[in-house]
Unconditional design. Sequence first.
Length: 223
Amino acid sequence: MKVVIAGGGNVGRHIAADLVDTGHDVVVVEMTSAVVARHEGHDAFRWLAGDACEPSVLERAGLAEADVVVAATGDDEDNLVVSLLAKQEYAVPKVVARVNHPKNEWMFNETWGVDVSVSTPHLLTALVEEAVSVGSLVKLLSLEGGEAALTEVTLAEESRSVGTSLADLGLPRDATIVAVVRGGHVVVPRGDTVLAAGDEVLLLVVAGAEDAVVASLVGQSSS
């Protein structure tokens, strides 16, 4: 997979290093030439000096052949411009954008070419909530401009779903369980998987289906 990352700061570099380690072809575009000079030749990925908001620079980065573009600069305006150019000018299949300021998150949607937005402050908040919340649905990551979300719930003793198999949960069609974490281990969800108190259930939920998910998973048992 070919990935182009706009922004060679700590975030961009770490993403690039992780992707290269898993076998992907990565180019990092960084407008500060001193940063490129400092790191070029020391990394397994390719550096390109230039402004990622300039189509000519994106052309040199090979956006026409990119499978994924990551807009990871520290400036929300730049990330939106990169996302829009990637989607409209180069038809990049998947565009992931970093949200630096939560007040701007509403703009990071398909109108600006963003397929997946990641708000670091909101993600940290969600992780704190996930660590301390039992019996509550916590949104970890927004997808498709807020049309869907990766959510998590830790089941309490009194949760309706405790002792119930996934096949019998009655989840809405717009929600899918993608993993169950039990005792620090990931359980691949199957129809005959029976939920237990303390399970961390990760789901993909389409907007509007949250209440039905809460009723199925978190609602108090009638027993």
